[in-house]
Design a protein around this ligand. Sequence first.
Ligand code: NAP
Ligand code: F7E
Length: 324
Amino acid sequence: MKNVLITGITGQDGSYLAELLLSKGYRVYGYNRRTSSQNTTRITHLLDKITVLYGDITDSFSIYKALKTAEPVEFYNLAAQSFVGSSWDLPESTCEIDGLGVVKCLEAIKNYNPEIKFYQASTSELYGKVKESPQNENTPFHPRSPYGFAKMMGYWATVNYRESYNMFAANGILFNHESPRRGIEFVTRKISYGVAKIKLGLEKTITLGNLDAKRDWGYAPEYVDAMWRILQQKQAEDYVIATGKAHTIRDFVREAFAAIGINNWEQYVKTDAKFLRPAEVHELIGDARKAEINLKWKSKIDLSELTKIMVNADIELISKGEHK
Ligand code: NAP
Ligand code: F7E
């Protein structure tokens, strides 16, 4: 049985990746930071199948200790302060976690066992103010937020440990991917949750920021499969993972309301400047042809299906009186 270590196990992707790797017969170790109240809602159903190790990726020794306990063959670094909006309020800690934290993981692997394969959760936010469309593995970066520039350090650290020490270290440059497990502050979940509340008569409106931004949105369970495929290749390389289709926030709102049979969605949506960002990433669209050829990976769920999955899940959640 192969052992695997996943940081960010309590997050959206960590929970789906743990399910996937358990189904493939891995022994899963999840690395989880200490919080004052329990934050394991996304992995409650997995707690008797995985081993949770306490640690924080800003704490080098805790990473080293986790390696010693888990003895993994694969290490997926999904831990991050992942909300772009908060990164302007938390620039230093975002850099500590999303930038330096990656260096700490790589150093720990290099010193403990450089044979461990390393996956870094890189992001389309690296492209920021885009230099070409669609974006591929060779498109130059221009990050537009502390999140973006912190992740840039993580990206280059991964490339450099691969080139300097011949380690199997690879970046997945993932475009936005969503699900019913998405954090409530991200725009897709804010919309699906808001639409579900409107459907159930609990709210009258949703308040958003910039409706014109475009994103390439995929379905998270498909994207964790791409992560695994990246680590199964003979050679460590970086891959763009995306649907190749971009839609505006307005499109997402329209589809989400359509899922509950409402077409005149404009009367339910307000905007407020407090949700605008100091610098916006206006348009992202990924070119995942390299993944399609080498990884045999292609996204399947389109925007309309994605919005239906998310809105229906939120209607069910709220109807059961469960927490978001
Ligand atoms: P998420 O739901 O916000 O999960 C982030 C995880 O990181 C949580 O488990 C969180 O733990 C953990 N974490 C935060 N700070 C930590 C620290 N100092 N030490 C250890 N763990 C820490 O994010 P996600 O959507 O699953 O994304 C997974 C990764 O992919 C992130 O690195 C994100 O930046 C990246 N990414 C995401 C997308 C996307 O569209 N979802 C696209 C590209 C890249 P708590 O539960 O304690 O907060
Ligand atoms: O914003 C606009 C906002 O916060 C998307 C993270 O997973 O994907 C995610 O980052 C867009 C932006 O995600 C609201 O201005 C409008 O243009 O859902 P988001 P993100 O910033 O794209 C990347 C790939 C990651 O790596 C990140 O970790 O939506 N927008 N109105 C709004 N956004 C929010 N959050 N709330 C609004 O009310």
